[in-house]
Design a protein around this ligand. Structure first.
Ligand SMILES: *[C@@H]1O[C@H](CO)[C@@H](O)[C@H](O)[C@H]1NC(C)=O
Ligand SMILES: *[C@@H]1O[C@H](CO)[C@@H](O)[C@H](O)[C@H]1NC(C)=O
Length: 361
């Protein structure tokens, strides 16, 4: 620290700027984004602990394929270190099935062995210095039935997150991705109640982590302003603020928006990201896109790069984007592979990551 005259110190105390509230949810890390040239966070998904989970929310825990050499899988830790060191990525999303974390006991306690396995990936992520999203990859369901609407109770959903918040609440670089891609949820207001129950449970543990809040419609960025956003605006922290509550959206660029085709047909700007940016701005809120991407093809390189540029230019409302997907997928046969290939001491990125993934506008 620089030596300063005592009179200057007194003056600076008297006129000190307000301190950041030590209880600022989300650790106030998503503020002042309007001055940024690009989004605060960009990275990829590191999938594998979600393998075996279907869109019905049924997860076959025998089918997981952890992206961890220590568990016989691909080198997720090496992939993340490469993405940070060579591409300047700074966030990874780590999908995992609900059933795996509680060893198929709905409402039960976290399974020590399974959580220790998943935690190896979490710690490898944190070890790179990046932020890490815990993503419960269950489509608002457990074995076909919808949370709070015939399936798991809100208390059972909140119990899962309360336990995870107790485990990870002291690490601000961990973001809580409450639920991957709710879809066909009949009552959006009841879904908002379920989300509120979880936010309250997380905050009641003392955890101030950033929480990612998903809407219906497979978390569609396009549908959000009209279908889910109005109900989810009411979800608040115990102090009634919305600090650290970031909306979670997805959008794919193939012909049927499924994220299963190697060719892209839209950059989604006019239909989704521009109207959503307007909606977020007018409501004073922010979002993160935690699944986007396409094949390693010329059409996707053109359209995804346009989308990334738009998101970077609207970094006041978009805190980041996360591609789908690296991790345990095959770099040669998976349609949307963002898996880098290891050449010994160096890595080569997929064509789409090379072409488009950047945080500069
Ligand atoms: C669960 O996954 C295992 C491993 O892939 C597989 O052998 C088994 O058939 C699957 N079970 C069901 C019910 O799909
Ligand atoms: C939050 O808002 C509710 C409803 O308006 C109110 O009853 C409650 O007292 C508020 N809580 C705090 C901490 O301000």
């Amino acid at each position: 620290m620089k030596i300063t005259l005592a009179s200057t110190i007194l003056a600076s105390v008297a006129y000190a700027a307000p301190q950041l509230d030590s209880r600022a949810y989300g650790n106030a890390i998503h503020g002042s984004l309007s001055k940024r040239a690009g989004v605060q966070y960009f990275g990829v998904n590191i999938a594998g602990f979600d393998f075996g989970c279907a869109t019905t929310g049924t997860c076959n825990t025998s089918a997981i394929y952890p992206p961890l050499p220590a568990l016989g899988g691909p080198d997720g830790p090496g992939q993340m270190a490469h993405f940070v060191n060579d591409d300047s990525m700074n966030i990874f999303r780590l999908p995992v099935g609900w059933q795996y974390l509680v060893a198929n006991q709905l409402g039960g306690t976290l399974d020590a062995t399974n959580v220790a396995n998943y935690d190896k990936l979490v710690q490898a992520c944190l070890g790179t210095g990046a932020s890490c999203i815990i993503d419960i990859h269950n489509y608002a369901r457990w074995n076909g039935a919808i949370i709070g609407q015939g399936g798991p109770t809100n208390e059972q959903f909140a119990s899962l997150w309360s336990q995870l918040a107790t485990k990870y609440g002291s690490e601000p670089k961990i973001f809580f991705g409450l639920m991957n891609e709710p879809h066909d949820v009949p009552d959006i207001n009841l879904w908002a109640d379920s989300v509120q129950a979880v936010v309250t449970a997380i905050r009641n543990t003392g955890a101030e982590n950033t929480i990612l809040i998903p809407g219906n419609d497979w978390t569609s960025a396009q549908a959000f302003p009209t279908n889910s956003g109005p109900a989810l605006l009411s979800v608040v922290n115990p102090d009634n603020s919305t600090d650290g509550l970031i909306f979670d959206v997805h959008k794919y660029s193939d012909s049927d928006n499924s994220g299963t085709h190697t060719d892209c047909t839209t950059n989604n700007i006019a239909t989704a990201f521009s109207p959503l940016a307007d909606w977020l701005r007018s409501n004073g809120r922010q979002a993160i896109n935690t699944e986007m991407g396409g094949g390693n093809t010329a059409s996707c390189e053109t359209l995804i790069c346009q989308q990334v540029q738009f998101v970077n230019q609207n970094a006041d409302v978009y805190i980041g984007y996360v591609g789908w997907s690296a991790g345990s997928f095959s770099p040669t046969t998976y349609e949307l592979s963002e898996v880098p290939t290891n050449n010994g001491n160096t890595w080569t990125d997929s064509a789409l990551v090379q072409a488009c993934f950047t945080n500069t506008a």
